[in-house]
Write a protein that binds this ligand. Structure first.
Ligand SMILES: Cc1cc2nc3c(=O)[nH]c(=O)nc-3n(C[C@H](O)[C@H](O)[C@H](O)COP(=O)(O)OP(=O)(O)OC[C@H]3O[C@@H](n4cnc5c(N)ncnc54)[C@H](O)[C@@H]3O)c2cc1C
Ligand code: SF4
Length: 290
């Protein structure tokens, strides 16, 4: 038994101060990742600071056509929001294809970006894992690695990031807004997810105690014609083998601009290529103006 302190923050500043005061404290949003890993003994926080009372749940329509989504907006609420479905259908689709309805009601947008890898060795504390325990080795290199990455890997770690939302956000050049002990920052989504390299335990550039407050999606009118495809072993409640997010601009019957982000792993190169073709064909047939 390990004692864990619990505090409920009511404003952003005190949430940041309370977590920053102890390197072992963590934020708690929906808990669908954090509590799982805590039970498995994969993470051992000394305390949890519940951020669910913070006023970070709004889905704000920006005048230029973009969106600012609060970090604590629930995945299910964002997926159902008309502005999201109309302006950025690929985001709504990516969210609906994740997890189960019950989990989507609990899971927050900020927590989705910070969910941990689904590598089974990471979650098994008896296996060596450089991400969980730096320097211990990587069981996946010689183990069951069908679901692992083939690009962006290192000799230290071959895990892939599981977030469907992240793939769509990369295609849309989203910006992650944070507040932390050193002040406010806006981080381009391309700079948000770190490759494993020699430091697989560092997954994002956030400082300890730095809070995601919002995700901004810049205006992209032709994203009304956008699509997210997730290929997986079964049709629900499963993580992606390949996923493609695509948006098309079509002028006079000609594709003039394409936004594409993809995630795939292991045997999946050909599967990824076929999925891109399917995504482009589907986006071409969709309604929506350029
Ligand atoms: C069975 C199962 C299936 C799933 N399937 C999918 C899937 O198919 N696709 C997919 O994309 N996801 C999937 N998920 C992941 C799920 O979407 C995430 O667990 C969820 O989004 C995390 O959000 P949360 O609010 O519960 O975060 P929490 O569990 O509360 O927190 C997760 C981490 O983020 C930190 N954190 C949370 N909010 C903030 C913040 N605002 N600022 C800074 N740090 C913060 C916490 O300290 C913690 O380290 C699945 C999860 C489960 C359990
Ligand atoms: S792939 Fe990464 S997460 Fe999985 S065991 Fe290796 S180091 Fe750990």
């Amino acid at each position: 038994m390990r004692p864990i302190s619990y505090a409920r923050a009511t404003d952003v500043a005190s949430a940041i101060t309370t977590v920053s005061a102890d390197p072992q404290r963590a934020f708690l949003a929906g808990g669908t990742t954090e509590i799982d890993l805590l039970r498995l003994n994969v993470v051992q926080p000394s305390g949890l600071v519940d951020i669910n009372l913070l006023p970070l749940k709004q889905i704000e329509e920006l005048a230029d056509g973009g969106l600012r989504i609060g970090a604590l907006a629930r995945v299910s609420d964002v997926a159902e929001a008309p502005a999201v479905a109309e302006r950025f259908p690929m985001i709504a689709q990516a969210l609906v294809l994740g997890a189960s309805p019950q989990l989507r009601h609990m899971a927050s947008m900020g927590g989705n970006l910070l969910q941990r890898v689904r590598c089974s060795y990471f979650r098994d504390t008896h296996s060596p894992c450089n991400k969980r325990e730096p320097g211990s080795g990587c069981a996946a290199l010689e183990g069951i690695n069908r679901g692992h990455a083939i690009l962006g890997t290192s000799e230290q770690c071959i895990a892939t990031h599981p977030s469907d939302l992240a793939v769509a956000l990369v295609a849309l050049d989203a910006i992650v807004h944070t507040e932390g002990p050193k002040g406010k920052r806006a981080i381009a989504i391309d700079d948000f997810f770190l490759l494993p390299g020699d430091t697989p335990y560092r997954e994002h550039p956030l400082d300890h105690g730095e809070l995601i407050v919002a995700i901004e999606i810049p205006a992209l009118p032709f994203a009304r014609r956008s699509f997210y495809i997730k290929v997986r072993d079964r049709s629900s409640y499963e993580f992606a083998l390949v996923s493609i997010a695509t948006a098309l601009r079509i002028d006079g019957g000609v594709i003039s601009e394409v936004r594409l982000a993809r995630r795939f792993n292991a045997f999946k190169v050909e599967l990824a290529e076929r999925t891109i073709v399917r995504a482009l064909e589907t986006a071409t047939m969709m309604g929506g103006t350029a």
